[in-house]
Design a binder for this molecule. Structure first.
Ligand code: GTB
Length: 223
């Protein structure tokens, strides 16, 4: 049941995203979910320093983005925020109870099964790439990603979406897969590559992407 508010929710995002507007930071999940359900929102941009201050930590115990404020409700964790939006509005979760449970399962699978090896590779790249052993470690980390993508690719097969129509499960999975940007791993799986492209063609995705890119562009021209 849709529950559009007169007062818009406010989310937080990087004042200057390290991804340079590629839409890889986790506010993209929240922006896209809000766009899919047609809920307008405000964005409060925060610097890295502000994220660690007590005012922001009151919203987010780990001093990160994104957060979500709507009236007397404050949330953190992009998955929980996406789930909340999907519960509160029509459009991101099926109404059939079992189909809904399966879509939610895909959200968890994206965050708990597919994302961890992708993040492990990313973190190793940022923190260990100058180490002598990094060259041997990278194939191990990438192998763990491929184990998950092999299975995901097999399950998706020729379908457009993971379980029937587009859902919050697809939204979450697609943005997890997009984190492989620049690695060429996703390109090895033609159906997953097409799956991400199909999602990126959605008008709501395009609006969310453009909004986060506009933040990066205006920060770049301001400095
Ligand atoms: N589990 C939390 C969630 O899903 O909301 C994780 C939140 C999180 O990691 N937030 C990051 C953050 O605030 C931004 S998204 N980091 C600052 C800090 O911890 O001090 C992670 C991210 C950052 C940059 C890129 N990039 O440059 O490509 C991609 C993803």
């Amino acid at each position: 049941m849709s529950d559009r508010r007169a007062v818009k929710p406010t989310i937080t995002a990087f004042e200057r995203s390290p991804d340079e507007g590629k839409g890889l930071a986790r506010d993209m999940r929240v922006r896209w979910a809000l766009e899919e359900v047609g809920q307008p929102y405000d964005v409060r941009l925060v610097s890295f320093a502000e994220m660690k201050e007590s005012a922001h930590r009151a919203l987010h115990p780990f001093g990160q983005i994104p957060t979500y404020e709507d009236g007397d409700l404050t949330l953190f964790e992009s998955g929980a925020i996406t789930f909340h939006i999907a519960q509160r509005h029509a459009g991101l979760l099926p109404t059939d109870r079992n189909a809904r449970a399966r879509a939610i399962t895909w959200m968890f699978a994206a965050l708990n099964t597919v994302e961890p090896p992708i993040v492990a590779r990313e973190q190793a790249f940022y923190t260990e790439r100058k180490e002598s052993w990094y060259k041997e470690r990278l194939p191990v980390l990438e192998g763990r990603i491929r184990v998950k993508l092999d299975d995901l690719s097999r399950r998706l097969g020729k379908a457009d979406w993971l379980d029937g129509g587009f859902s919050a499960g697809d939204l979450t999975m697609v943005l997890v897969l997009r984190r492989l940007d620049g690695t060429k791993i996703l390109e090895e799986y033609s159906n997953l590559y097409a799956y991400v492209a199909r999602a990126e063609a959605r008008p709501a995705y395009k609006r969310a992407f453009a909004a986060q890119l506009a933040v990066f562009n205006s920060a770049s021209t301001a400095s």
